[in-house]
Design a protein around this ligand. Sequence first.
Ligand SMILES: [Zn+2]
Ligand SMILES: [Zn+2]
Length: 135
Amino acid sequence: MPNKSQKREASCSCGQLSLITSGNPVRISICHCFECQKRSGSVFATQVRFPRYCIEIQGEFATYTRTADSGNQIHFQFCRKCGGTISYYLDEDPDNLAVPIGLFSDPSFPQPVYSVYEERMHHWVQLPEGMEHIN
Ligand SMILES: [Zn+2]
Ligand SMILES: [Zn+2]
């Protein structure tokens, strides 16, 4: 089991913007919604949430805000140079930051637990067993 002091590092493509997480994630999920597909460029996005106080961001970022289907505002922090999103948070959950899992460059990163927005899931995608399905 990872211990409380475990540190992980994530960075954008150009490396100008990075962050360090400490401790264990509070939520790991896959989202199939069209907005996550557009943001990531992939047919689904994977993200991990940590308490904001467990994340230390280094570098300069700009913020893009959009309104979710639920009516909540989501704020994306991205690198001005390469455009990569390093983290984001919801107005309804400002105490947690979500980080795209690919930014850790760590194939041993824990597997997602939740799968969200499966009505937008591409027909060929197969999910591992044991995931919780939320729509
Ligand atoms: Zn960058
Ligand atoms: Zn989504």
